[in-house]
Ligand binder design. Structure first.
Ligand code: SF4
Length: 563
């Protein structure tokens, strides 16, 4: 953090942000998430992604970040106008005061404070047409992944794509997730295998320049260990004479289920990186983990985790827990396993973060009936109390085994299970969520060879009691468009991301292509009010600013602990 010693976030805001303008935020210049697979970019992760212009990147590869759209938002921020897409922050600020009666601190403060004063001063008056090198970058090269977790979807996993292509779309899901399991998300992979992806090409063209100042690059996926680009990046760290390579932090989100050969390559690559972090995920134990994270093998995964912990060179090993309805059944056993690892490798291996899944809302913990929620609430609460009572310290590092910030996150989950009644504000009624829960897992069992009731015996009685009844569209019109939801495996769902970051299916139509579905008029509509926008019939724009749901907020891979 680049705050003065003893300076609070509010004091930092008054010193560095407010003098620039009422809407200034460093993330718009220095931070980006870029989905190179289909050419989407955003900064920070709250605003919906927008499409990268294929023409622009031909002459300016940095336009994978320095897009015309972002430049417009930057200008607004220098002038004190609030970009609508940043509503996430304005809502917090417009609350007026937080629970303690103080001025609320929005994310733009947290996302600006990480940069040096001199860098913030530089952009505060910089011509908004200028290009800026990123300081923190999250990038996904493609969606190749050997897992197909129940809460993921085809936009992030090629194994999910395989399920849909083999078995067709999931039928009968009616709440907010209904568009996400019906097609193979062709917008997420508009280029055929072997075809050059111009966004990836632009990234590598920009890299020699970008790498001079980049402080952190985080690679997500898909599964990064399955994309050739990650090995190109590893080789760069090994061979480069760029001085900044010594300072740059490389982080990857990996499911750690790579085949042995790739894992060896991965562990070897870390030896040449000075600041390496791995983020992996799990939240349940044994067969329950294998059910939720289809493709994971608990024995192999734990073995590979330990191989990484003991053989790799790293600064951080992070466990991102995605809290869903099913993991609560063995979450305390999983937490016991994390303590076992911490005893063996130090209090920070792994550091755990607790990310509560919001989408698809029928898989949210809040879909569970009250009596089960109460049972899990009590189990986690008792577990945490017992750990606190023991106050165990790591024999290796001397620090508390479960760090205060990890305890806070669990405490927040306990509170969440108790008081928050709906997964997100546009959520469907509980009946509808129960309906979708059962409809989904019945199909999931049939396709994946699982057995819900055998895997989750404590949920079996409730599961049996869920009546899958006919719910007419009239009852669900207020949840999400479209009005019709005929589902066959040839349907294509066109999605948009609202200013709230919510993914909406706005249209469904029969697809004409196997992959690479495009909606050329989509961007025309999106940019039609921009002064400088001239629709060019020769530019083929690929559809799909939306890539599913938010990877960070919805616990699919981005959340960072407070370590
Ligand atoms: S949503 Fe907030 S933190 Fe993100 S770019 Fe906008 S103002 Fe910055």
């Amino acid at each position: 953090m680049v705050r003065k010693v003893g300076e609070t976030h509010r004091e930092f805001k008054a010193r560095m942000i407010d003098p620039v303008s009422e809407s200034f935020c460093g993330a718009k210049w220095y931070n980006a998430t870029i989905w190179l697979g289909h050419g989407g970019t955003t900064s920070c992760h709250h605003p919906p992604a927008h499409q990268i212009d294929l023409e622009e990147i031909k002459t300016n590869p940095s336009a994978i970040h320095n897009s015309r759209h972002k430049k417009k938002m930057r200008k607004m921020m220098q002038e004190g106008t609030r970009p609508k897409e940043c509503e996430y922050c304005w809502k917090i600020e417009d609350m007026g005061k937080d629970a303690d009666g103080n001025e609320p601190v929005s994310d733009r403060v947290y996302k600006t404070v990480i940069y040096e004063d001199r860098d913030l001063k530089h952009i505060s008056t910089l011509d908004s047409n200028s290009d800026v090198n990123l300081k923190t970058c999250e990038v996904a090269f493609d969606r190749t992944c050997q897992l197909a977790c129940s809460y993921c979807n085809p936009a992030f996993s090629s194994t999910w794509v395989k399920d849909i292509r083999t078995n067709g779309g999931y039928q009968g899901i009616k709440s907010d997730a209904r568009g996400h399991f019906i097609d193979d998300a062709p917008y997420a992979e508009p280029f055929d295998r072997g075809e050059e992806n111009p966004y990836v090409t632009a990234f590598w063209k920009w890299w020699p320049e970008l790498s001079k100042e980049l402080e952190e690059i985080r690679v997500t996926g898909g599964e990064p260990l399955m994309t050739p680009s990650i090995y190109k990046l590893f080789d760069w760290f090994k061979e480069t004479d760029e001085p900044n390579a010594k300072n740059m932090r490389l982080a990857i989100n990996s499911n750690l289920m790579a085949k042995e050969g790739l894992l060896n390559k991965f562990i070897d690559a870390t030896q040449h990186i000075d600041h390496f972090h791995v983020y992996t995920s799990c939240e349940a134990k044994g067969p329950q983990a294998e059910y939720i994270r289809d493709g994971l093998n608990w024995d192999i995964w734990t073995k590979q985790f330990e191989r990484f912990a003991s053989e790799a060179r790293y600064e951080g090993v992070h466990m991102m827990m995605t809290i869903n309805a099913l993991c609560l059944d063995s979450i305390t056993q999983f937490l016991d396993w994390t303590l076992e690892m911490k005893r063996k490798y130090g209090h920070h291996v792994p550091g755990i973060s607790v990310n509560i899944l919001r989408f698809p809302s029928f898989q949210s913990p809040l879909t569970l009936p009250d009596h089960l929620r109460k049972m899990y609430h009590d189990e986690i609460s008792n577990w945490l109390q017992a750990v606190r009572d023991r106050g165990e310290k790591s024999e290796i590092t001397g620090s508390e085994l479960l760090q205060p910030w990890e305890q806070d996150q669990l405490s927040r989950l306990i509170e969440y299970l108790d008081v928050v009644k709906t997964p997100h504000r546009n959520t469907a009624e509980q009946d509808l969520l129960h309906h979708d829960f059962k409809v989904f897992y019945e199909q999931y069992d049939a396709r994946r060879g699982f057995n819900f009731k055998e895997t989750f015996p404590r949920l079996a009685e409730w599961y049996d009691s869920i009546a899958v009844k006919d719910i007419s569209d009239d009852e669900i019109n207020d949840i999400q468009s479209p009005d019709s939801h005929g589902i066959t495996n040839t349907l294509y769902a066109k999605r948009i991301v609202t200013e709230d970051g919510e993914v909406k299916v706005v249209e469904m139509k029969v697809r004409g292509r196997q992959t690479g579905e495009s909606d050329d008029d989509y961007d025309d509509e999106k940019y039609k009010n921009e002064d400088d926008y001239k629709p060019n019939p020769n530019i083929k724009r690929k559809a799909g600013s939306s890539i599913g749901w938010d990877t960070e907020v919805d616990g699919l891979g981005g959340a960072v602990g407070n370590e």
